[in-house]
Write a protein that binds this ligand. Structure first.
Ligand SMILES: [Zn+2]
Length: 228
């Protein structure tokens, strides 16, 4: 009896792990890192665009001559259209990060996942005039239904190998410790809703370069197409 209970608890833990961990590859094939024998890394920003911090982040990226990827929430585009256009115009990669980024996203059925993702695609397309091929699920969640939806939509799912936890930090200095182990091949997850991000990037990017790391776009790191 006790063995059956242990096995059932083990299965349950595995299913939860597979759902909340984008690196698990159980329900959704996600690319979470590049070739670690290279000295290249990519940086990514989720949850924008926003009119508080995104523009300053773009400024810091431009100053340091750095190309990044922005995973856009469809509903955040309204009122921030020029910021999204500027992001794409400045050569950054634009990906889909769902339309609603809703709480309970993981309980969607296949049709709901498809509708939500397509709605974000249309909003992004209307501004950047091209169709993103890259998708990152909210909260790094993956479910069997989401896996089927994203496969049907022919999108490439991008995860991360370094999660900076920037949204939980209060001070810029705390972020250094979170990304200190970054190495070749890594995909780093940041958010453009983090107030001190722009300032951090202007210090951290030159430090990466001094350490021999080259920050490149996801297309170059992973040798993939970002637009249809
Ligand atoms: Zn998000």
């Amino acid at each position: 009896m006790i063995y059956i209970a242990i096995i059932l608890i083990g299965i349950l833990i595995y299913l939860v792990y597979a759902t909340v961990n984008i690196n698990s590859q159980v329900y959704l094939k996600a690319i979470c890192k590049g070739d670690s024998s290279q000295n290249k890394i990519a940086i990514t920003f989720d949850d924008g665009p926003n009119n508080k911090f995104t523009t300053n982040i773009l400024k810091s990226l431009s100053k340091t001559n750095t190309k990044a990827a922005f995973f856009i929430i469809g509903k955040n585009i309204q009122g921030n259209e020029t910021i999204l256009k500027q992001t794409a115009d400045e050569g950054h990669i634009i990906g889909n990060h769902s339309f609603a980024h809703s709480f309970g996203y993981d309980f969607n059925n296949v049709e709901e996942f498809i509708l939500d993702t397509e709605m974000a695609q249309r909003k992004i397309q209307a501004i950047i005039r091209t169709t993103p091929l890259l998708f990152r699920p909210p909260y790094g969640i993956s479910t069997p239904k989401m896996g089927r939806a994203i496969k049907q939509l022919n999108l490439t799912t991008i995860g991360w190998s370094v999660r900076s936890m920037d949204t939980t930090l209060k001070r810029k200095d705390d972020l250094w410790a979170k990304v200190k182990s970054v190495k070749g091949g890594d995909i780093v997850l940041f958010h453009d809703s983090t107030p001190f991000m722009a300032e951090f990037l202007e210090e951290w990017i030159p430090q990466c370069q001094q350490n021999g790391l080259e920050i490149v776009g996801l297309d170059e790191l992973l040798n993939i197409k970002c637009y249809a």
